[in-house]
Write a protein that binds this ligand. Structure first.
Ligand code: NDP
Ligand code: GDR
Length: 346
């Protein structure tokens, strides 16, 4: 075992996992992550870190493999970011979503309790738990009313985390994060679906963008900003739960309009809606109050709505061979999937 602090990240191959791995490596951690076996190697978001992180085959549905990984790396901090994280898909796969996103949390907490009880534990809880909103903006005290199998599973994970803290004395925290996006966001989430489509339309490779409910409103932040908060939560004296949000609300429609505007195109000529992208039960609006995180963790987001649209669209334009004719925020990750030398051209 090395002298440095060790962190285990489940979900390291996802959007947040890749940013968190970069952040922890920057802090001098030895970083371990879970890897799910699939027929095509799924490490695109962390391939630039491959020499510096250690990946272990495991799955949140497989207790024994979780125990093996914890025994192997004896982490000081465990970040549980793995989940079946797509809300619409959770209506098609409610049982699997419950198994991975809900029971998976108990499997991991129980393994931590048995093998590394001193380790600090972060649970990726979600604003989706608020669902049918009963208070605006939402805080750590707002009641939950989940609206999808995904959100129901996250409520279970939230309370499992609180319970292991109260019952077993684990240093376990919930980050209740509102939507956060980036150029590394999966292409089936609405922001990235929009920026990918706009970039492809601008490059002459796509003709239309088909969406679901464009009236939905969300509090969108930048993933690269949010992962630092996960780490800060685990550095506090006492474990606690925190809302992380920008406290701004925008609609899907506004995101669409801003993205098309940036490439000088009229969205009306390209966008249509289709019922197949609507959900059986929708979360109409979310907006978070991050006052507790701001005061206790000392945090402010660097990127807000307009910067986020610019950043994501610029990355997708470059990936499609089009140089953006607008500015975007100075954050480090835009060149990850872009052509080599892209930064020199900026
Ligand atoms: P992603 O969907 O990008 O990544 C999910 C990760 O979980 C991937 O690494 C995936 O592996 C892994 N995973 C899925 N199922 C399993 C399983 N059964 N066993 C082990 N690993 C699994 O999510 P994000 O990075 O966006 O989100 C990270 C976490 O934060 C998730 O729990 C999500 O629900 C939660 N969250 C996200 C928010 C957001 O706006 N992004 C907001 C609030 C909460 P693979 O690559 O193999 O698919
Ligand atoms: P969300 O994100 O459900 O909030 O969950 P998503 O981007 O999927 O949807 C946001 C809103 O956009 C509407 N929408 C569409 N959504 C998708 N995916 N595709 C479309 O074509 C489309 N058209 C309109 C949706 O109906 C919804 O109202 C994300 C995930 O990262 C969760 O894991 C996380 O917990 C929450 O954010 C906070």
């Amino acid at each position: 075992m090395s002298e440095s602090k060790r962190a285990l990240i489940t979900g390291i191959t996802g959007q947040d996992g890749s940013y968190l791995a970069e952040y922890l490596l920057g802090c001098g951690y030895e970083v371990h992550g879970l890897l799910r076996r699939s027929s095509t190697l799924n490490v695109g978001r962390v391939s630039h870190l491959q020499e510096r992180i250690q990946l272990h085959y495991s799955d949140l549905t497989d207790s024994m493999s979780l125990q093996r990984v914890l025994q192997l790396c004896e982490p000081h901090e465990v970040y549980n970011l793995a989940a079946q994280s797509h809300v619409k898909v959770s209506f098609d796969q409610p049982i699997y979503t419950g198994d991975a996103t809900a029971l998976g949390v108990t499997r991991l907490l129980e393994a931590v309790r048995m093998i590394v009880p001193e380790a600090r534990f972060y649970q990726a809880s979600s604003s989706e738990m608020f669902g049918k909103v009963r208070e605006v903006p939402q805080t750590e005290l707002t009641p939950f009313h989940p609206r999808s199998p995904y959100a129901v599973a996250k409520v279970y994970g939230y309370w499992a985390t609180v319970n292991y803290r109260e019952a077993h004395g684990l240093f376990a925290c919930n980050g209740i994060l509102f939507n956060h996006e980036s150029p590394r966001r999966g292409e089936d989430f609405v922001t990235r679906k929009i920026t990918c489509a706009v970039a492809r339309i601008a490059a002459g490779k796509q003709r239309e963008l088909v969406l679901g409910n464009t009236e939905a409103r969300r509090d969108w932040g930048y993933a690269g900003d949010y992962v630092e908060l996960m780490w800060r939560m685990l550095q506090q004296e006492k474990p606690d739960d925190y809302v992380v949000a920008t406290n701004e609300q925008w609609s899907v429609q506004q995101f669409v309009e801003r993205a098309f505007e940036l490439v000088d195109l009229d969205w009306r000529q390209y966008v249509r809606t289709d019922p197949r992208y609507f959900r059986p039960a929708e979360v109409d609006e979310l907006i978070g109050n991050p006052a507790k995180a701001r005061e206790q963790l000392g945090w402010q987001p660097r990127v807000r709505f307009d910067g986020l649209v610019r950043l994501m669209l610029a990355a997708d334009l470059v990936a499609n061979g089009v140089m953006p004719e607008f500015d975007w925020p100075e954050v480090e990750d835009i060149g990850l999937y872009a052509a080599p030398g892209f930064k020199l051209l900026r």
